[in-house]
Design a protein. Structure first.
Length: 69
């Protein structure tokens, strides 16, 4: 498994967690819980952005790790 593939999997996992938090926020009636889920989703969205930047760096600086298609 290439580093790029591992990064793609990590990004997908964090995106999935963010989506789950957003769903929880929509489904709860508890305002405090909703705020918590929304904050968690925002934190995870930020992590996705950081991981995507790292992935771009890897693609630019370490082309040997890019997946061959």
């Amino acid at each position: 498994m290439t580093v790029e593939t591992q990064m793609q999997q990590a990004i997908a996992g964090v995106q999935s967690a963010a989506a789950t938090m957003k769903t929880f926020a929509l489904e709860t009636q508890d305002q405090q819980a909703r705020k918590t889920f929304e904050n968690l989703a925002m934190t995870l969205d930020s992590a996705v952005n950081e991981l995507q930047q790292r992935q771009q760096y890897i693609q630019g600086q370490e082309p040997q790790y890019r997946q061959k298609g």
